[in-house]
Design a protein around this ligand. Structure first.
Ligand code: DX5
Ligand code: ZN
Length: 228
């Protein structure tokens, strides 16, 4: 009995759920934000797509501004855009708490990191499935979050790529070897009750989930379940 309680607390201590509003009902966004709040979402994941870096277009600055005015949730902004450097200041002003950019999208990732810091946001760096873990080595001690894509970026509702679990583990090891305990691993794409345990066991700290959570009648218990 006591042992179970301890195990539960340990397992749930650090896990956070960032709910992707890509799958929300955008016509009723205010209600959806309230739903996230009621469901105890830890973060709101905001997917920005430009039709260039990824083959889809989602939403951008005016929507982030509106969201930021309506919610006090932590705003986790995932930029899937070319030339992120040009837009960092705008996304920071629009209310982003964390700005994550793609390593593959930036001419000079160091400069993008410096610009995000300058805007007083947390810094995230992301890699597509085809980019190996070792490509992140020069940036490990400069960022707050490493976002590992477990689908090809561009669309919600895709299936988790199980090959990526090994990459999560590799990055977890790289961080542990360097004693970088404050850098958190976020996993994005195809997270549901079936795949969450696999990502968590490999070392994920933050799970992004969109289509799965918005399909649930009871988002709150679904979020609790994902954390276990
Ligand atoms: C995909 C996005 C994801 C997406 C996740 O390019 O980065 O954040 O919204 O959606 P699900 O949970 O449906 O895979
Ligand atoms: Zn995302």
């Amino acid at each position: 009995m006591i042992r179970n309680e301890v195990v539960d607390k340990t397992d749930m201590r650090n896990t956070e759920i960032s709910v992707s509003i890509l799958s929300a009902d955008l016509l009723h966004l205010q209600d959806e934000l309230e739903k996230l709040k009621q469901a105890d979402a830890d973060q709101l994941h905001f997917d920005v797509m430009d039709g260039q870096f990824v083959p889809n277009i989602s939403f951008g600055l005016p929507v982030l501004q509106a969201v930021s005015k309506q919610t006090d949730l932590f705003l986790d902004v995932h930029l899937m855009i070319r030339n992120p450097l040009q837009y960092i200041e705008n996304f920071a002003s629009a209310g982003a708490d964390l700005i994550t950019f793609h390593l593959e999208s930036a001419d000079d990732p160091f400069q993008v990191i410096a610009e995000i810091r300058k805007q007083h946001c947390k810094v995230g760096i992301s890699v597509k499935p085809g980019t190996p873990a070792k490509a992140l080595l020069p940036f490990l001690d400069l960022v707050d979050v490493i976002l590992i894509m477990t689908v090809e970026p561009g669309f919600g509702g895709q299936s988790y790529l199980h090959d990526m679990t090994e990459k999560i583990r590799a990055i977890k090891n790289m961080l542990q070897e360097r004693d970088l305990r404050n850098v958190r691993i976020e996993v994005d794409g195809g997270i549901d009750a079936g795949t969450a345990p696999e990502a968590l066991q490999a070392g994920a700290d933050i799970l992004v989930s969109g289509s799965y959570l918005f399909r649930q009648d009871d988002m709150k218990s679904a979020i609790m379940q994902l954390k276990r």
